[in-house]
Design a protein. Structure first.
Length: 662
C-alpha cells in the first residue's frame, strides 16, 4: 500500500494454524479469503473461494464479494481468516483502505487509517456487521494487513500489522502488534518486529513445536524465512531458504495441503507483474527448500489473503450458501460506491480532487479540470487521467477519462499530478508514474527505499483526448532519478524545458530541477540543472539541518508563471510542521536558471499543489487542493503585482468552502 513515498501495494499475508481436530486428519476442503485489486470500490472487498485439495480453487457467490465494508475508508484489503483457539467461532480481520476511492499511496502510507475492520462468525456463512477498531499508535501513518495468532503461553491472541509512524517521519514500516482475548478490547500497541530496513508482509505459522515466519524486505523486494521455538523467540534466519533471491513478490501465505505427507504450500503474490499468487511447495518445512508447483488453478488473480482448512460440515455450508452464482448475490456495486449518487452538475466541495489542473479552452469557452483517474467516477478502469468540464467554474460535468497509462516498466502505479499544456497546435499531458517493485540496483545511501518514478508525456489533438504516450520506454527525467510533478516551461528563446521535483526520499533535501526537452517533447537534451532545494525556504523547518536522518524536506508541484512586469515565479509545495503548504519562489535574474529566492507561503492550512490560470473574463485565479487527505478543489482570486502574486480572496461562491483561508 504504498509512498511519501514508499510504496504501494503494501500488505501482510495471513495464515491460521488449524485446530487440533483438523490437523489430525485430512481436511475436507479449504477456504481462501482475498480481494481483487483497485479497479472499482467493490474489488477492494472480501471474496471467498473454496478448494477440495488446496490447489484447484472455485470462486463462491459467482465471483462477487461476500463481505462488504462501508466503514472508515469504505474498502478492505488483505483479509485474514482466524479460527478461534477453542473452535467456537471465526474472526476475519482486514486492512481499512480503498485505493480506488482515494488513489494516493503517499496518503495511504503517512495519513491512512489506524483501524482494522473485524467480522466474526460461528459458521463461516452468517457474519456479524463489521466493526472498526483502532489498534495502531496515535502517530501511525497506516495499519496494513493485520494477522493474528494464538499465544497459548499467555492465553491470548497477538494481532500484528505493518505501520509507519510520525516519530521517525514515516521513514520505514515496522511490524507492530497488540494483544486481545476477544477481538473487541485490545492492549497498547508495541513494536513486534524491528529490522534495519523497512519490513512488511509478515506471516507466522506453527508446525509441531516450532514457529516459522515469512517477511518481505521492502528495500530488496525479497522474502525472508525465520524460525523460533516460541513466539517470543529467539528468531533465527533459515539460511537455506531457497526463495530468498526472488524479487517482485509479497504477501507470503503458507498452509499445509497434505498432512499425511507433511506437504506445505507457500504462495507469493507476484505483484510486480500483476499475476497474483504463485505457488511453491515443500515436504520439509524446516529445510526452507521450496520448488515451483504445478496443478494450481485460480478463478481470478488472487491478491493478498488467507487460507483455513475446513471440515466437511463447514465446506458444505459454504457451498450451499454461495455455491450458486445466481443466488445470495452481494449488494450492487453502486450501493457501496460513495460517488454513485453524484450527478451533474457537480460542485467542488463534492468532487474528489488531488493535484488539480485547470485549462481554459477559449474556442468552446469551457474549463477543463484534470486530475488522476478514479475508475468508479469516470467509468474507465486503469491508472490515468480524467477531466471534469465546466462553463462557469461552479457547475461541473461528470468526469471522463482522457488517458490510461499503457503497460510498461514504469506504469505499474501512480498517474499523479496530471497537467495539460497547449504547444505547437497540440495538447501535451504530463503525469507522474512509478513502480515500487523495481528498486534501483544499488541500495541508496539514505534511509529510504527508492525506485523508478518520473514524468511521462502523452499527446492529443483535443483536450478531450485520447492522449497517447510520446515515448513508451519511460519517463523524461534521468531514469536513475526518483522525480515527480513534471511541468512544461517555455523559455525566452521559445525552447521547452521540463521542470520537476527531485524526491526528498532520494535527496533527503528535495530539490527543484530542470532539463531541456527536444522540440517535439519526446526526449531530453543534456544534463539537468539545479534550481533550488527545499531547505532554502527560511520558513521550512528552519531549525533543522539536512542530513541522512529521517527528515521531510519535500519539493512538490512546480508551476512557472511570468508576471505582467516579466518577473518569473514558481508555485511549489512543501510541508511545515507536517502540514502541507502552498508557497512561492522568484527568479532574481528573470530566467529559469535563477538564482531563486523564496517568498512567503501563499496558503497554509494543509493546502497545496496549486496552479494559476486566467478566466475568460481576464481574472487571474489559483486552484489548489485541501486537505491533503480526501482532497477537494479550492479556488482563489489572485492579484499580479508585477513582482509577485497575492491572494485577493477565496472564492467560496465557487468552491463552497465553509471555512475559507482568505
Amino acid at each position: 500500500m504504498k509512498k511519501h513515498s514508499l510504496i504501494v501495494t503494501f500488505v501482510l499475508s495471513l495464515f491460521l494454524t488449524a485446530t487440533p481436530l483438523l490437523r489430525a486428519e485430512k481436511p475436507a476442503g479449504y477456504l481462501f479469503a482475498t480481494f481483487k485489486g483497485e479497479q472499482t470500490p467493490m474489488t477492494e472487498q472480501i471474496y471467498f473461494s473454496v478448494s477440495l485439495d488446496g490447489q484447484s480453487w472455485k470462486a463462491l457467490n459467482g465471483g462477487e464479494p461476500v463481505l462488504v465494508s462501508e466503514l472508515g475508508e469504505k474498502g478492505v484489503r488483505d483479509p485474514y481468516l482466524l479460527r478461534a483457539h477453542d473452535n467456537s467461532k471465526f474472526f476475519l480481520i482486514a486492512t481499512d483502505l480503498s485505493i480506488n476511492l482515494t488513489p494516493d499511496w503517499g496518503r495511504a502510507v503517512t495519513a491512512g487509517s489506524r483501524n482494522i475492520v473485524v467480522w466474526e462468525s460461528e459458521d463461516l456463512v452468517n457474519w456479524s456487521e463489521p466493526r472498526l477498531i483502532e489498534v495502531a499508535p496515535k502517530d501511525a501513518g497506516c495499519t496494513w494487513a493485520p494477522e493474528a495468532i494464538y499465544d497459548d503461553v499467555n492465553e491470548e491472541y497477538i494481532v500484528f500489522w505493518a505501520s509507519t509512524t510520525g516519530r521517525d517521519d514515516f521513514a520505514k514500516h515496522r511490524i507492530w502488534a497488540t494483544r486481545t482475548k476477544d477481538f473487541r478490547s485490545f492492549g497498547e500497541p508495541f513494536i513486534f518486529i524491528e529490522k534495519p530496513t523497512t519490513v512488511i508482509d509478515t506471516t507466522i505459522i506453527r508446525d509441531d513445536e516450532r514457529y516459522y515466519r515469512f517477511t518481505k524486505d521492502e528495500l530488496y523486494k525479497s522474502i525472508s524465512m525465520e524460525t523460533a521455538p516460541h513466539l517470543a523467540g529467539p528468531w533465527e534466519t533459515v539460511s537455506d531458504f531457497s526463495l530468498s533471491k526472488l524479487q517482485g513478490y509479497e504477501g507470503p501465505e503458507c498452509y499445509q495441503i497434505d498432512p499425511e505427507s507433511d506437504r506445505w504450500c507457500l504462495i507469493l503474490d507476484q505483484y510486480s507483474k500483476g499475476t497474483g499468487y504463485q505457488p511453491f511447495v515443500t515436504s520439509d518445512l524446516s529445510s526452507g527448500q521450496f520448488e515451483p508447483a504445478e496443478g494450481f488453478d485460480f478463478p481470478f488473480h488472487f491478491r493478498h489473503g488467507s487460507v483455513i482448512p475446513l471440515s466437511q460440515e463447514e465446506l458444505t455450508a459454504l457451498q450451499d450458501k454461495w455455491g450458486d452464482a445466481t443466488s445470495h448475490s452481494a449488494p450492487a456495486a453502486a450501493r457501496h460506491n460513495p460517488w454513485a449518487d453524484l450527478k451533474s452538475p457537480l460542485h467542488l466541495d463534492k468532487m474528489p480532487l488531488h493535484d488539480p489542473f485547470i485549462v481554459p479552452d477559449a474556442e468552446t469557452e469551457t474549463y477543463y479540470l484534470f486530475t488522476s483517474n478514479i475508475p468508479s467516477l469516470s467509468g474507465t478502469v486503469g491508472r490515468g487521467t480524467m477531466a471534469y468540464k465546466s462553463k462557469d467554474l461552479k457547475n461541473w460535468d461528470m468526469p471522463k477519462a482522457v488517458f490510461v497509462v499503457p503497460e510498461n516498466e514504469y506504469g505499474e502505479e501512480g498517474a499523479w499530478a496530471p497537467e495539460v499544456h497547449e504547444y505547437k497546435g497540440k495538447y501535451y499531458l504530463f503525469t507522474t508514474v512509478h513502480n515500487s517493485s523495481q528498486s534501483f540496483k544499488e541500495a541508496p545511501d539514505v534511509p529510504y527505499s527508492t525506485y523508478p518514478r518520473g514524468t511521462i508525456v502523452a499527446v492529443s489533438e483535443s483536450l478531450d483526448g485520447p492522449f497517447e504516450m510520446r515515448d513508451k520506454t519511460g519517463p523524461l527525467p534521468p531514469k536513475e532519478f526518483m522525480t515527480l510533478d513534471g511541468t512544461l516551461f517555455i523559455d525566452e528563446k521559445e525552447e521547452p524545458w521540463l521542470v520537476y521535483a527531485h524526491e526528498w526520499i532520494q535527496r533527503i533535501d528535495g530539490t527543484m530541477e530542470a532539463i531541456k526537452l527536444s522540440e517535439d517533447l519526446s526526449q531530453t537534451i543534456g544534463d539537468p540543472i539545479h534550481l533550488f532545494k527545499a531547505s532554502d525556504a527560511p520558513w521550512l523547518n528552519g531549525s533543522l539541518t539536512p542530513s541522512t536522518d529521517p527528515l521531510r524536506y519535500v519539493t512538490d508541484g512546480p508551476q512557472l508563471f511570468r508576471t505582467k512586469k516579466g518577473r518569473l515565479l514558481m508555485l511549489w509545495s512543501s510541508y511545515e510542521n507536517d502540514v502541507y503548504v502552498q508557497t512561492l519562489a522568484r527568479s532574481k535574474s528573470g530566467n529559469l536558471q535563477g538564482p531563486w529566492e523564496q517568498l512567503d507561503p501563499l496558503v497554509k492550512h494543509d493546502s497545496g499543489h496549486g496552479m494559476l490560470f486566467e478566466t475568460f473574463e481576464g481574472e487571474l485565479m489559483m486552484v489548489l487542493h485541501r486537505p491533503f487527505k480526501n482532497a477537494k478543489g479550492k479556488l482563489y482570486s489572485m492579484r499580479d503585482t508585477g513582482d509577485r502574486v497575492k491572494i485577493v480572496r477565496e472564492r467560496t461562491d465557487l468552491d463552497f468552502e465553509s471555512n475559507p483561508t482568505h
